[in-house]
Every structure is written in C-alpha cells, then in structure tokens.
Ligand binder design. Structure first.
Ligand code: PEP
Ligand code: MG
Length: 589
C-alpha cells in the first residue's frame, strides 16, 4: 500500500458499533476528558509543624467536595431526576463517614506525609478490599468510591479538578470510563454525548446520562480517537453507532435526524400524550417503571398510564429487608397506592439476590445470578415473603393492584406461590382484615425456561410481564452488568426476538395479556417491533413515556406485524438492528 492510499483510507468515513447506553443523536467534536486529569499525585514528606496545615487541606477538600455534590444535586433536582439525586446522596454519606476523617487525620500525623499521598494510599487499600469481593453490586459501589476519591484528590491538586470549564460548544466527551460525577456535572449546553470504552447501561453514570437526556455509547475502542482530538464525529445513542469523519451526505442525514429528535426525545416540552393509540386504532398502554414512592408524581408529569413495574426491593436498598416490620411496610405501600389512585400498580414482590444484595445473612454464592434469587429466595425465606404479602394485601384493599412475581421458571413454582398467597389471604380475612379476594397475579418472564413453558404459565397467570434485562442475560449468557462484554449484550439478537414471539403467542392464545418492562421498552427503535410481535403493554423509564407513546401513535399495527415477520427471519443482531433502524427512519422521522 503506498502512502497516498493510506492517506485516503485514513480520510474515509469510519463506522464503529458500540453499545447504546442513553438514546439520542449527537454531532460534535471529540473532547478527551482523561487528559484533563492531573497526571501524578504528589508525594512528599512533611515536618511535624506542617501536620495541622495538611489536616486543614484535607478538611477543605472534603468540604469543597460536599459543596460540589450539593450543587450537582440541586441541578439534578431541577431536572426532576429523583434517582440521580439519591445516587449523589450516597456519595455525600460516604464523605461524611467519621471513621474516614479520623483515620486520615491520624495517618497524616503518624506518617508525616502530604495529604494527597496519605489519602491515595488509604483509597487504594479501600479499593483493594472492594475488588476482592467478586460481586457486581460491590463493583458498582467500587466505581462510586473511585469517583469520589478522584473528586477529593482533584480538590487537593493545585491544578484543579477534572472539570468541564474549557469545553468546546459541541463536545463529545470521551474517557476510558465515564463516572457518575462526569454525567452529573456535564453542562447540558456543551456536552452533546458521552463515549467510553467501558460502561454498562445499568451503571449510575448511565442512569444520570439518561435522566439528563445526553446520548451515551460505550464499548468503543478509543485508540482511534485519541490521535486526532478535533475530529468530527457522530454518536447515535439509539443504535450504538459511532461515525468518525462522516461524509457530507452522512452528516446531513444525521443533522436532520438529530434536529428532529432533540426536542422529541428529551425536552420537557415534548408533547404529552394521554391515550396512545396506533394509527389503525389499537390502544397500547405505556406505563412507568418506578423504584421509589417519591417518584409517583412522575406518572402525571409524563402522563404514564400507571406503574408497570414497581421494584419494591429498592425501598430497602440501604437497609436489611428483614428489619422492616409488617406495619412499616404497610404504611409505605399504603402511601404508594394512595398516590397512584385508580391507576394500575404492577407491584413486584422483593427481587432480592444476584446483583441486589439486600440481605446480609445470605450465604456467599459463587454464581449469584444463577443462585438463590427472586422468587426462589422468597420461597426459601417465607417469613420475609409472608410479612411483605400481609403488608401488601392489607394496603391494597382498594388499590388497582397487579401482583408481579420475579424470575418464575416454571408453572409448579407459580402454583406454589399462588397457594402461599391464598393461605395468607385466608389468614388475614380470618383475623378480621379487609382483603381483596380476587387479586391479579402475574409472572415475570425472565429466563428461557419460562419462555418455553409460557403456554402453561400463561394459563395460570392473570398476566405476563417480560423482563428483558434478565432474559437477554440468561439467553445470551452475558452478565448484564459486565461492561467488558457489554457489546455482546444485544437486545436485537434474533434469539431474543424469537423468544419474545413465543411468549406473545402463548399469551394471546390463552387470553393472558403480555407486557414488557425491561429497558427495551424505553428504546423507540424497538417499539413497533414489540407491538408487531403481539406485546400489548410497555413499561419504561418515566421520562421516556412521552416518546414511546408518540412512537406508538406513529405505528401502524399491520405494518409493525410485517416488520416482526421480517425480523424473525434474520440471522444476526446486526441485521435486526439495521432493519429496525431503516424502519424507524422511514416511519418515525
Ligand atoms: C428485567 O429483568 O427486565 C426487569 C425489568 O427487572 P430488573 O431490571 O429489576 O431485574
Ligand atoms: Mg429482572
């Protein structure tokens, strides 16, 4: 290859397939965030006289970090992102840990070293302890700790912190790893998108990017980018596609798409839709996934048709589930139902285990995702299950309750749970409580075995709800939180599409409504396909409700069924993705 050929090759448009983390299209210039970090932490000895000064520097760094976090929280609260505010709360709590402050002050005076050096060593020890625990939940906490420690180090550093002050107007921010602070602090006016090498769509950073409506793609090899820092590029957070050096034609196409999507996707002024009905007259309910009683107001804000998934275990996120009495749970659930009014609430009983370690007594499992989790856990710990069910059934007397069972694997498990629920109902009634006799009980379809047996599960369920977050991980054998393999966690994998079809068909044949509440429901690229496959309700993140409703209204069910037929004949995720992108561009732009 001669030199000229090489030059022209380097100048051609390059397309890279990453993993979609937060939807939306962005066009801008690369801004490498990692370069902003101060390179090396200074290490030097200090005299006894300097100890007090170093301790004061530490206290100042802590208080500046706390101010940062409160400021970030205010901005996020104005954006209405309750979840993100809670995440920042965790950081504030970590900062206020008195053990840490005492330990730091003692070590500075004992070791006679500068604050940065002592702090970095303490953090390394802390990280090492976390890293030893081979557990995805702790890995997520570890990234919070790293994020916080680099914030404190930045405040100690004379060069200042990793910041966004000198950003160009249309910055595509690139870093090996994007932290939750990065997504929280990024000024919406300048940062058009995030791009990283590692990062999973269930991380805190992802949650905040979504809440702020900033597109984000991960799983991209960044070596190509660092060589030309001012290179133009396109990030399509909806498809996960990244285009370097776009041609004029590509640029025009994406400029048009981006303009159309900007307001439609994320702006608060986007059209709020009451009833969402397809072009050919089929009503499709779009509900919201919630984790928190304080978020129920989002139903009205985004005009959601109800709570399609209430993840009850998150209420007890920072505590031991077993410490909550029937009475305290009853009060929480009563408040939930009161606020939801007549709207349906698909209440999922505790989905504990795997990445959600809300139960300290659990035996350490070598493979928790395949272990004692969800309904298996509740059947094994019936005392915990009984208390939750009693509190729930009492609180839901006049509510529009749909009781949802996580990770059902076959019909015998479902029948066992139904018997248990019925005993609790009888018991409550016998002791004088007012309890609804007819409760709608549904199964979450999250494992391939449940899909294959969905004919029987549908016969015994009042409804089915497909949890694609888990279904994808169990079908493709890809840990949903492992960023190293996030590129093969593919919602568009043909095997996933075929499994969805099986569930939808079995639901239809047994007159059991089928809804879908995994992250797939928040992605408009999939909306027409899901309706075409026969899924009749979607439950997504609250702020995506208007967009998904809009997409439903632009969908013609007959044409969507044609799309589903085509998708079912394809062999690779890439082909499915291409088909869905073409369809979306043609029908929804
Ligand atoms: C799912 O698995 O798709 C789901 C909705 O549940 P969670 O994400 O809480 O596991
Ligand atoms: Mg799940």
């Amino acid at each position: 290859m001669n030199h000229n050929t090489m030059t022209s090759l380097l100048d051609i448009e390059i397309q890279l397939q990453g993993v979609s983390i937060s939807e939306g299209i962005a066009i801008g210039e690369i801004h490498v965030l990692d370069e902003m970090q101060s390179s090396e932490t200074p290490q030097f000895a200090i005299s006894k006289r300097e100890v007090e000064h170093e301790i004061q520097r530490y206290r100042k760094a802590i208080s500046s970090s706390r101010e940062d976090l409160f400021r970030i929280q205010d901005t996020l609260a104005q954006d209405g992102s309750v979840e993100a505010v809670t995440i920042i709360d965790t950081h504030i709590q970590m900062l206020q840990d008195p053990y840490m402050t005492t330990m730091m002050e003692d070590r500075i005076s004992e070791r006679l070293q500068n604050t940065e050096a002592v702090f970095q060593l303490a953090m390394c020890e802390y990280e090492e302890q976390f890293a030893k625990i081979n557990d995805t939940f702790f890995q997520q906490r570890l990234s919070d700790v790293k994020d916080l420690s680099s914030r404190i180090l930045n405040h100690l550093s004379v060069q200042g912190k990793r910041s966004f002050v000198d950003l160009p107007k249309d910055a595509i921010v690139i870093a090996k790893e994007i932290t939750v602070s990065d997504t929280a602090e990024a000024p919406k006016g300048n940062v058009r998108a995030f791009l990283s090498h590692v990062g999973s769509h269930t991380s805190h950073a992802a949650l905040v990017a979504k809440a702020k409506g900033i597109p984000y793609v991960s799983g991209v090899d960044l070596t190509l980018f660092s060589k030309e820092p001012n290179m133009k590029l396109i990030v399509d957070g909806t498809t996960g596609l990244v285009i370097l050096k776009p041609t004029e034609a590509t640029l025009r196409k994406y400029e048009k798409l981006s303009q159309e999507q900007k307001d439609k996707f994320f702006s608060h002024s986007s059209k709020l839709i009451g009833k969402s009905v397809t072009k050919d007259g089929h009503k499709v309910e779009v509900l919201a996934n919630l984790e928190n009683v304080d978020d129920v107001h989002l139903l009205d804000k985004y005009k959601a048709d109800g709570i399609g998934l209430f993840r009850s275990e998150y209420l007890f996120f920072d505590n031991e589930v077993k410490d909550y009495s029937e009475e305290s749970q009853f009060q929480i659930y009563k408040s939930l139902f009161k606020q939801a009014g007549s709207k349906p609430v698909y209440f999922r009983v505790f989905d504990i285990g795997a990445d959600k370690h809300f139960f300290q007594d659990s035996v350490k499992e070598s493979n928790p995702a395949l272990g004692l989790r969800s309904i298996r856990f509740l059947l094994r710990h019936r005392d915990i299950f009984r208390i939750q069910l009693r509190a729930l059934l009492r609180a839901a007397y006049s509510a529009n309750l749909y009781l949802l069972l996580p990770l059902i694997t076959d019909v015998s498990e479902l029948l066992e749970v139904k018997r248990f629920i019925s005993l609790i109902q009888d018991d409550l009634i016998a002791t004088g409580y007012r309890v609804k006799k007819e409760i709608k009980i549904g199964s979450m379809v999250e494992v391939p075995s449940a899909v294959m047996m969905s004919e029987f599960i549908a016969q015994e369920s009042d409804f089915l709800s497909i949890g694609t977050n888990d279904l994808i991980q169990y079908t493709l054998a890809v840990d949903r939180l492992n960023s190293a393999i996030a590129n093969i966690y593919q919602p568009s994998h043909p095997s996933v599409i075929r499994l969805l079809k099986i569930v939808a068909t079995n639901g239809l044949e047994n007159k059991t409504p089928v809804s879908l509440c995994g992250e797939m429901a928040s992605n408009p690229l999939f909306t027409s396909l899901l309706l075409g496959l026969g899924i009749s309700k979607l439950s997504c993140s609250p702020r995506y409700v208007p967009l998904i409703k809009q997409t439903v209204c632009n969908t013609d069910l007959v044409s969507a069924q044609g799309l589903a037929q085509k998708a079912l004949k394809l062999a690779t995720s890439h082909e499915v993705h291409q088909l869905l992108t073409d369809y979306y561009c043609k029908h929804h732009q």
